[in-house]
Write a new protein. Sequence first.
Length: 370
Amino acid sequence: MRSAHPTSEALSKLQHKLQVRGLDALIVSQPDNRRYVSGYTAPDHGIQESSGHLLVTQNERPYLLTDSRFTLQAEAEASACCIHVYRRGLLEALEELLPKLGVRSLGFEAEYFLYANYLRLQELAIRLSVQLLALSNLVEDLRVVKTAEELELIRQSTQLNEQVFAQVYQQIAPGQSEREIARLIEGTMLDLGAERPSFDTIVAFGENAARPHAVPSERKLQPGETVLIDMGLVLNGYCSDMSRTFVLGKPDVLFMERLRLVRAAQKAAISTIRAGVTGAQVDAAARKVLSDGGYGEAFGHGLGHGVGLAVHEAPRLSLHGHAPLAAGMVVTVEPGLYLADWGGIRLENMVIVTEEGCEVLNRDTTFLDL
């Protein structure tokens, strides 16, 4: 199924940005940005092997520059673009198109352009008398506030993620390894219609849960152990992200006390979220609950992050999130506590920021009604 995307609106807004900056053209190389502006979904197989670049000018139809491997896909998906198939790479195409389009100033995405490629592009720019400008976040700033269509796709992705968890949870049993459960989760995602996981699934037992980004191992689950699962999937191009922590069997008093504290921190953060509040303020609300409960030092990472075409994108809910939130942003709220000699707990939901508060996207509260 071809994913929906706000292509025409995004393109118009990006072209307006170029006009305001007095920039003749921009090379869009980052895959999610490229997809957002054009609808072209081909992924890169690594930063050194691109499936294409967009050349966006102030007024003309953008050019999708790619090679023969992707011609049919480009023609099918990027109907708003002129498809330019090159034989010897990006510079060959630019050498032909920049003079033809009258480009005298050219921007590129600083965070997604290899230095070696920049040096070659610089040589071409000098030869063509084109000014090069390294730019940041031109497209990312457009992506941060989601359209109504995008929000619905994210809702669907979140609901499917919960459906996967509910199905797998019923199958978890002593003796299974972290890797076995991670494989089961990712296989169930595909079986139920997801395109792929949105990140490598985290499954951690016992003290392994003290590692926020634990890598699943062959460790076997024992009765009474903590299980931390962090999982997400991609559906119709849009990501979801969720964490749950539970005990296989009857949890002890200490676990429940800590779980309730993490849940209280999550509730405090969610009640703080609304348009105009900064990510740092939301982070502080959760951090205060954990600190007052005696676990301030046990929560080291930021509270949350934006989710959309990428599972980690702007905005950030962290000590450094100084920009105000806006209605239509989607963020995770994932407080936790991590103790090396005991384990860890993380609870993560996704929310949509609104003018008056937020909409919690997760419906399954089995492990949250505390």
